[in-house]
Design a binder for this molecule. Structure first.
Ligand SMILES: CC(C)(COP(=O)(O)OP(=O)(O)OC[C@H]1O[C@@H](n2cnc3c(N)ncnc32)[C@H](O)[C@@H]1OP(=O)(O)O)[C@@H](O)C(=O)NCCC(=O)NCCS
Length: 248
């Protein structure tokens, strides 16, 4: 099976038994079926389980799944809860590939920083995370049992380099109470742009509920984000001008 023949998909409840089987083969302390089910649609944040899947034949208990990753995004922070590659598929770059894809999904869902925990003695996982740019941020002594082992806390901070995210932070309107309201009242173009911006925002909401977007949806989402930014840029320019003429 070549890497290219694997597809990235969101796991569904139909995959539950397959994931339980893989989880039992991949971890000494596997998640329970209930734990896996809950990770598919975590409460209080966006996320789920994504899988790399190849073709499979009837009777293949693991439904072609070679690797899976459970993640969650809460308040701009992504948490990788689980990552595993089928034992026979390891050291072919699947762990790295799935983690990179998951980080990309999380970034699109607003993550600016990524956290995870790993057993101190898990050399393979620590090697992978180091290779992906994660840094040690702390230690929970004797956090794991059988065998008792420290948890190493890892963080990926050089993550939010997307122009979308950095530019969003430039929004300054809300820092000036009353200013925006004045502009909305007095400037017709600003008012029109404001409504347009709202419209783009509400159109973007439907993408934020989805774990994985199709190619067409990705293009549509990117286009909407660009238009939204252009609108915001124009609003900022009008606001700058208004501030200047006020100061003169
Ligand atoms: C950790 C795990 C996901 C890695 O998956 P993988 O597909 O074998 O990893 P990759 O082939 O993508 O390797 C990427 C990098 O990780 C590191 N790495 C992977 N396996 C390693 C090993 N056994 N020893 C040391 N480094 C290793 C290397 O830096 C590697 O880059 P390289 O191949 O260029 O040297 C896999 O070993 C696994 O499923 N382990 C059991 C479950 C687990 O422990 N998950 C982590 C929970 S936090």
């Amino acid at each position: 099976m070549t890497e290219a023949a694997l597809a990235l998909e969101a796991a569904t409840p139909d995959d539950l038994a397959a994931l339980v089987s893989l989880e039992n083969r991949c971890h000494t302390h596997p998640w329970t079926e209930r734990g896996i089910f809950e990770a598919m649609a975590p409460a209080g944040g966006q996320g789920g389980i994504v899988v790399l899947r190849g073709p499979w034949t009837r009777g293949n208990d693991e439904r072609g799944i070679r690797a899976y990753c459970a993640f969650q995004v809460v308040a701009g922070e992504a948490h990788i809860h689980n990552l595993a590659v089928a034992p026979e598929a390891r050291r072919h770059g699947l762990g790295r590939r799935l983690l990179a894809l998951t980080l990309e999904i999380a970034r699109h869902r607003g993550a600016r920083v990524v956290h995870l925990e790993v057993r101190a003695g898990n050399a393979a996982a620590r090697g992978l995370y180091r290779a992906m740019g994660f840094e040690e941020a702390g230690k929970r002594p004797a956090y794991y049992s059988s065998p008792v082992e420290d948890a190493i806390l890892l963080v990926l901070t050089s993550y939010s380099t997307s122009p979308d995210l950095t530019r969003n932070r430039e929004v300054t309107m809300s820092e000036e109470p009353g200013f925006k309201e004045r502009l909305l009242k007095q400037n017709e173009e600003y008012r029109r742009l404001y409504q347009q911006h709202d419209e783009y925002e509400s159109q973007l909401v439907r993408f934020s509920d989805k774990l994985v977007l199709s190619d067409e949806e990705q293009v549509e989402e990117t286009t909407l984000k660009k238009k939204k930014l252009q609108t915001k840029d124009r609003m900022e320019a009008i606001a700058r001008q208004a501030r200047q003429s006020h100061a003169e």
